[in-house]
Design a protein around this ligand. Structure first.
Ligand code: F0G
Length: 463
């Protein structure tokens, strides 16, 4: 391979390479996932991360403003003139004393990376900008994804803003929150509602895109994950290039965890950081494939030869007719497509995996909301997981912990309103049916008659 950027099979035993101009979601030789790889010797990336600070003074250039492309030198697979950006990645690391106390971490040591501030309201825009850029370089006219909602909202937005491609999205029936569905419809995506769940939609979109030659932007696309690496670059940037002790991230299709692992492995190999943080991936208990395989059955990366246990596990799920089920609909996934890449990340980042219940997710979400940064249920899994790891003594209260808040609160208002409601029927319908018993941190609306005196009395009583 003579190009400075290329695609490479993640299996070290195979290591087959392909050009960046090829559209692939798996290795042609062995079927494994692919990475985007670089010849760093020839590319000569910056020798210090602080080099990127010079971009801050050039914010009038779209590629310096973008929180993805100001790190272009660390994902150099496309020339600048082909880059597609809509201003993604203007996100920040926040401290939240209330959430820190809830989790059990010393004040100021717990930080929240709020990816809900992206243009489509979730972290997906980081990856979409990169996949879209690749699709644009190879001249794609249609792009597709299966989605629990955020990938589809992001793809639909990039298509509607740039008009470079037509979006075709696959969603499961009744499995997508209204905030996300409304985005896809409003942005004009062709929306296929498959009679099934996300795992079904994922399988179908792969078949359809290969038959019809539609560009696939799900996270099996290695270019997507190049964009998601930059979430970690921004975390480091906010910490003035210091590496935190822990990154805690919700796990669904396992794209983020895989991308974060790759980011840190590369930075370490390039000598740009001197330590790799530990990684905690948090599943919802109702969609806990990674937790089950990694923590109970001992599945490991194993030098690139993970034990063949996932297909066996999926057969068990099928035999028991077990489908993913959680209020955190974004991570309601039983067959994570990036499983093996995530195992590699867990290996290199001395990772742990935990599962949290819908009750724990919603209580954590209410704490995040009360701290001023609303998030959707899946995002709060990171906070609930961090709390669990502190309680278990895995994370020490003195360590610096970054939880990733993956999506905006307004993505899923139903879950939030049902949690805070005084209407027991609504609570039971939306949450009770999922084993949520109490809204421990509910902020209930006060019902008052349409009467000035009564309204003033109630305000004085409650404030
Ligand atoms: N959080 C949110 C808000 C998400 O939308 C997703 C994934 C995840 C976490 C899980 O991230 O897949 O990288 O492990 N949503 C996908 C979608 C599946 O279709 O929007 P992951």
């Amino acid at each position: 391979m003579t190009d400075v950027a290329f695609q490479r099979c993640i299996s070290p035993q195979c290591g087959a390479t392909y050009g960046v101009d090829e559209v692939r979601t798996a290795c042609g030789a062995c079927g494994s996932l692919l990475d985007v790889a670089y010849d760093w010797q020839r590319l000569k990336p910056p020798s210090k991360l602080s080099w990127f600070e010079q971009k801050w003074s050039r914010r009038y250039e779209p590629l310096s403003l973008s929180g993805v492309w100001r790190f272009h030198e660390l994902l150099p697979f496309a020339p600048p003139e082909k880059v597609v950006t809509i201003g993604e990645g203007q996100t920040q690391l926040h401290s939240s004393p209330g959430v820190a106390k809830y989790v059990g971490i010393a004040g100021g040591r717990l930080l929240l990376q709020y990816e809900g501030m992206n243009p489509s309201g979730s972290f997906k825009d980081n990856g979409m900008s990169a996949a879209f850029t690749h699709a644009h370089t190879i001249g794609a006219k249609r792009a597709a994804c299966a989605s629990t909602g955020n990938t589809s909202a992001s793809l639909a937005l990039y298509c509607s803003v740039t008009k470079l491609m037509r979006a075709v999205i696959f969603i499961g029936s009744g499995k997508i929150s209204y905030g996300k569905l409304s985005q896809a419809l409003d942005y004009g995506a062709l929306t296929m509602q498959v009679a099934g769940d996300f795992d079904d939609a994922m399988q179908r979109v792969q078949e359809v895109s290969s038959q019809l030659g539609i560009y696939l932007v799900n996270s099996v696309n290695p270019f997507r994950l190049e964009g998601q690496k930059t979430i970690m670059y921004r975390v480091l940037e906010s910490l003035r290039w210091q590496v935190p002790d822990w990154i805690v991230v919700p796990g669904g299709n396992l794209g983020n965890s895989s991308a974060f692992g790759k980011a840190f492995i590369e930075l370490h190999e390039l000598g740009l950081i001197d330590k790799i943080p530990r990684l905690a991936v948090i599943n919802a208990a109702g969609a806990n494939t990674l937790f089950e395989l990694y923590e109970h059955r001992g599945l490991r990366w194993n030098g690139g030869k993970p034990q063949e246990m996932s297909s066996e596990y999926y057969e068990e799920l099928d035999a028991d007719k077990k489908r993913a089920s959680t209020i955190a609909s974004a991570i309601e996934i039983n067959r994570p497509v990036n499983l093996n890449k995530c195992l590699r990340a867990l290996d290199r980042c001395r990772g742990v995996v935990r599962e949290v219940t819908d009750q724990e997710i919603l209580d954590a979400k209410a704490q995040v909301g009360a701290g001023g940064l609303g998030c959707e249920p899946a995002s709060a899994a990171s906070v609930a997981g961090a709390k669990m790891l502190v309680a278990q003594g895995v994370i020490s209260p003195e360590e610096q912990v970054v939880c990733i808040l993956t999506g905006h609160q307004l993505k899923d208002p139903d879950a939030t309103v049902a949690y805070h409601t005084t209407d027991q029927d609504q609570f039971n319908k939306v949450l009770g049916s999922r084993g949520v018993r109490r809204a421990n941190y509910a902020n209930r609306a006060v019902a008052v008659p349409n009467d000035l005196v009564e309204i003033i009395k109630a305000i004085q009583l409650y404030s």
